[in-house]
Design a protein around this ligand. Structure first.
Ligand SMILES: O=C(O)CCC(=O)C(=O)O
Ligand SMILES: [Fe+2]
Length: 430
């Protein structure tokens, strides 16, 4: 008897905001308007997607579906597609400018990413609702053939990367993301920009780091894919946890390069956990990151237990089968259907779910206690080496004070630069 996949419902938004993060009370510092999908989204389909084995496949929404019998996250990245309307871009840019002034504590910097804003999910309802809106998450789920939701670690909602013009450093060095998927929405016009290119290394996860090391970072053109955004509001969706990628320095441009990066996670818990927490624990405010990670792991564990509470005895949707799941919960058609399980099979299924819940929590506890290492690192493009630690520093426009309870620059554990990259080795394979 095969067990049906467990699909978690999106978690509710936290019931309170962490200290230091608030929605600005001064209307001129807060969101200029409410998020309105009909005005601010302009969703289109990408022409093609590239699969994890680097096959270009024309995208057809009618073929895109999640197969519960054979769940497999096959997306590497999509061709560019439209996400934000012109009005949506204008509002997002206004929020970025206002919050950089009103909430300087959300600006972060490290030696991998010179400047980014993190925490807009807490301080901007517009950014929060954009990240969570079901028309966007359904669209992204179709692109990935994987049911996704905004990543429960809210600091990852709507990170904004700022690439200064003429900087000799990459906007973001070669790395894997620490969350399953990212939606990168371009907020600036890159058509007159030289540099500032998002490049993907077309190599499997295992050989990608070796390729950087062997070539000293001078990767052959034929191994690279460079993303060309037709204009502001265009985006790509990528499984950044599986694809090595970077953003080249902005050489010339009439304005800095700004990109909005929303993080998403799979709701299908049959897949291994692709979130790597250490980098957030090191880089994000120390009074927020552990709680966010605990919330994420509790959400996963709860979904396994919810299935048990709903009645996971392996019977079909027959006479005695309880209605499983609550609101927003998806019962996959056919999942668990069929012949009644023997009593031993039913017991094994219940045990499997209970063990998975325990494993999720144990894994989370070990990461939080520091007995499990789940950081792989990033490529230091200046030194030409793969580094396992991010050295933090004070970025442009950041004074280093008032940083939400973080201590001093220089200690790894009290980083200023929250990151969502690195490679996860925290695998929980089924
Ligand atoms: O800014 C971009 O285009 C992508 C940046 C990125 O890869 C990241 O923030 O993880
Ligand atoms: Fe990334």
């Amino acid at each position: 008897m095969s067990s049906p996949p467990v699909i978690a419902s999106p978690p509710p938004f936290p019931s309170s905001l962490p200290d230091g993060f608030s929605i600005p009370s001064d209307p001129s510092a807060g969101d200029p308007c409410h998020f309105d999908a009909s005005k601010h989204l302009a969703l289109s389909n990408p022409e093609y997607i590239v699969t994890l084995d680097f096959q270009k496949v024309p995208f057809s929404p009618t073929h895109a579906s999640f197969d519960p019998a054979n769940p497999h996250p096959r997306l590497a990245f999509t061709a560019p597609f439209r996400v934000l309307s012109d009005e949506g871009v204008a509002v997002a840019r206004q929020i970025m400018d206002r919050q950089a002034k009103a909430c300087p504590q959300i600006m972060q910097s490290d030696d991998r990413t010179p400047l980014c804003l993190r925490g807009l999910g807490y301080t901007s309802p517009f950014i929060r609702h954009l990240n969570e809106h079901t028309s966007l998450t359904s669209h992204l789920s179709r692109l990935a053939s994987d049911p996704v939701c905004a990543h429960p670690m809210v600091l990852n909602y709507g990170q904004i990367n700022v690439g200064a013009v003429g900087a000799d450093k990459p906007v973001d060095a070669w790395h894997f993301d620490s969350v399953d998927y990212v939606l990168v929405v371009m907020l600036s016009d890159t058509r007159e920009m030289q540099g500032g290119e998002l490049q993907v290394l077309m190599k499997g996860k295992e050989s990608a780091i070796g390729t950087l090391e062997d070539t000293g970072g001078m990767v052959k053109e034929e191994d690279l894919l460079t993303v060309k955004y037709p204009g502001p509001g265009w985006a790509i969706f990528m499984q950044g946890s599986s694809m090595l990628h970077h953003v080249t320095p902005v050489l010339t441009s009439p304005h800095p390069r700004t990109s909005l990066i929303n993080s998403y996670t799979s709701r299908c818990l049959t897949f291994r956990d692709r979130t790597s927490a250490k980098v957030f624990l090191d880089g994000d405010p120390s009074h927020v990151a552990p709680g966010e990670y605990a919330r994420y792991k509790a959400w996963r564990a709860r979904a396994w237990l919810e299935d048990v509470v709903g009645g996971v005895w392996g019977v079909g949707e027959g006479d005695f089968a309880p209605k499983r799941g609550g609101e927003g919960r998806e019962r996959q058609p056919g999942a668990g259907a069929g012949a009644r399980a023997s009593s031993d099979e039913a017991k094994q299924l219940a045990l499997q779910h209970m063990r998975r819940a325990i494993a999720e929590l144990e894994h989370g506890v070990e990461v939080l206690e520091g007995t499990r290492e789940d950081v792989v690192g990033y490529w230091d493009e200046v030194a030409g080496v793969w580094k396992r630690e991010i050295r933090v520093g004070v970025g442009e426009g950041t004074a280093g004070e008032g940083r939400l309870g973080r201590d001093v620059v220089g200690s790894r554990a009290v980083a200023l630069g929250g990151r969502k990259s690195e490679r996860a080795s925290n695998e929980l394979d089924v």
